[in-house]
Structures are given as structure tokens and as C-alpha cells.
Design a protein around this ligand. Structure first.
Ligand code: UDP
Length: 238
């Protein structure tokens, strides 16, 4: 069996929204800011990152406008790789050694996804960015975040959210009585259909006892603090 990681090891999920700053494509100012926050934690915490791609394409949306679902999903996965390269660039500018591992082979821009190698990178203070999702249509990058976290033995999945700072009893944008929850169990989230991440991902975390922290990107230094393990946002547990 694998030994548990001696240092804190986290899996950070950054959705496409984070990269685009709410728009299509990559917003360099936003990505630089995130990279600089991650850089502050290197050497203390081991960080692996799964990036989304919703700032480029979402397969389900493209298929609703008439595209073949699988092909649209591959477009979605390719979009995530562009986000990986942008993040890699800004991390390296911030002095952080970084490796991108892609689930779809593209040797010129990324290593292949090799979990044991990813772990070695983490142990050597390199940030590992996982791109191209699972390489499989009909999956989401949330599910990949749960799967990669389990496979590299991360202690926790950190779900960075844009525009909201945790899980609420109702949609805080619509309901003024919505209250932020400090803790939540996966069963509660699943039963109440709270969409902190997709259900497949939550089930995977639940079945394997993996904790998740849902936190807001926006506050000053929030990404740094979340990686370092400060208590914030909402903790989701078994
Ligand atoms: N995708 C996929 N398989 C995967 C991961 C992603 O097919 O394993 C596709 C899917 O079409 C998805 C898109 O890539 O809509 C972008 O990923 P996601 O929607 O999870 O990104 P996010 O919402 O985090 O920005």
C-alpha cells in the first residue's frame, strides 16, 4: 500500500470560471493573481490542481445546440488544457516549478497522466496541474478532482468558487434568508440536491471518506489560506 503523504497535500479544483474572470477565454490578470497566491504555499503544502474548462466549452451545452455529445465533450477537455498552460505560465513566472499532466496525450505541451510520477513531482515541491479531465466524455472536471485527489492521496479537495464563499441553505443571490453552512455531510448535500459539485463527484468523495472545502476565491489571499488549511467556507464530510 502507498504510504500517506507526510506533508499536507491538497487537490485544488479551479473551474473554468476562475480562468475567464466570468468571460470567454483566459483573463491573464485573474490567472496571475491565482498563481501568485498558490506560489506562497509552495514548500509548505503539496498542491495538485484540476482545472475546468467552462470558460471555453461545456459539452452538454454544445450538444444542446446540435453537436454530437462526445465530440463536444472532447472540445471541453481540450479547453481545460489551455487553462492549464496559462496557469503553468503564471506559476513559473512566480518562481514555481510546475508540471502539466494531460489525460489526452499531447506530448508537445504536457506529460501524460502518470499518477506515481505526479506524486514524485509533488514531493519535489512541484505544482502538478491535471488537464483534459479524465480523457472521457460524459465526465466533469469535478468528478476528476475527486478521482485525482484519491489517486494521489490528497488530504482534501478544495473547491474554489467564484461569486459565493461556501454552501448556503438556499441560493444567497435569490434568497435574503439564506444562511452559510459551516459544515455539511455528503448525505445532506445529496438528499437536499445541493450542487456544490456534481453528484458523481460527491458520491466518490463520500464512498472514500474524502473531505471537501468549498470556499470563495474572491477574498484577499483566500486561495493561499485555503491551501494552508485555514478554516473557511464550508467543510463537507461523510
Ligand atoms: N469534460 C469531459 N470529460 C472530463 C472532463 C471534462 O467530457 O473528464 C468536458 C465536458 O464537456 C465539460 C467540459 O469538458 O463540460 C469542461 O469541464 P467542466 O464543465 O467540468 O468545467 P468547469 O465547469 O469546472 O469550468
Amino acid at each position: 500500500a502507498q504510504e500517506p503523504a507526510p506533508r499536507r497535500r491538497v487537490l485544488l479544483k479551479l473551474s473554468g470560471e476562475v480562468f475567464g474572470g466570468g468571460k470567454l477565454g483566459v483573463d491573464p490578470v485573474t490567472v496571475r493573481g491565482v498563481a501568485e497566491q498558490i506560489a506562497k504555499t509552495v514548500g509548505v503544502v503539496e498542491t495538485a490542481i484540476v482545472v475546468g474548462g467552462g470558460n471555453f466549452f461545456r459539452g452538454a451545452e454544445l450538444s444542446q445546440s446540435g453537436m454530437d455529445r462526445s465530440r463536444a465533450d472532447y472540445m471541453g477537455m481540450l479547453g481545460t488544457v489551455m487553462n492549464c498552460l496559462a496557469l503553468q505560465d503564471f506559476l513559473e513566472q512566480a518562481g514555481v516549478e510546475t508540471r502539466v499532466q494531460s489525460a489526452i496525450s499531447m506530448a508537445q505541451v504536457a506529460e501524460a497522466y502518470i499518477p506515481r510520477r505526479a506524486i514524485r513531482h509533488l514531493e519535489k515541491d512541484r505544482v502538478v496541474i491535471f488537464g483534459a479531465g479524465a480523457g472521457l466524455p460524459y465526465f466533469s472536471t469535478d468528478t476528476v478532482a475527486a478521482q485525482r485527489a484519491l489517486e494521489v492521496r490528497a488530504d482534501v479537495v478544495l473547491m474554489a468558487k467564484s461569486g459565493v464563499d461556501g454552501v448556503y441553505t438556499a441560493d444567497p443571490k435569490k434568497d435574503p434568508d439564506a444562511v452559510k453552512l459551516d459544515r455539511l455531510t455528503y448525505d445532506e448535500a445529496l438528499i437536499k440536491d445541493i450542487r456544490v459539485m456534481d453528484q458523481t463527484a460527491m458520491t466518490m468523495c463520500k464512498d472514500n471518506g474524502l473531505d471537501m472545502v468549498v470556499f470563495g476565491m474572491e477574498g484577499e489571499g483566500n486561495v493561499t489560506r485555503a491551501i494552508l488549511g485555514e478554516r473557511m467556507g464550508t467543510v463537507v464530510t461523510v
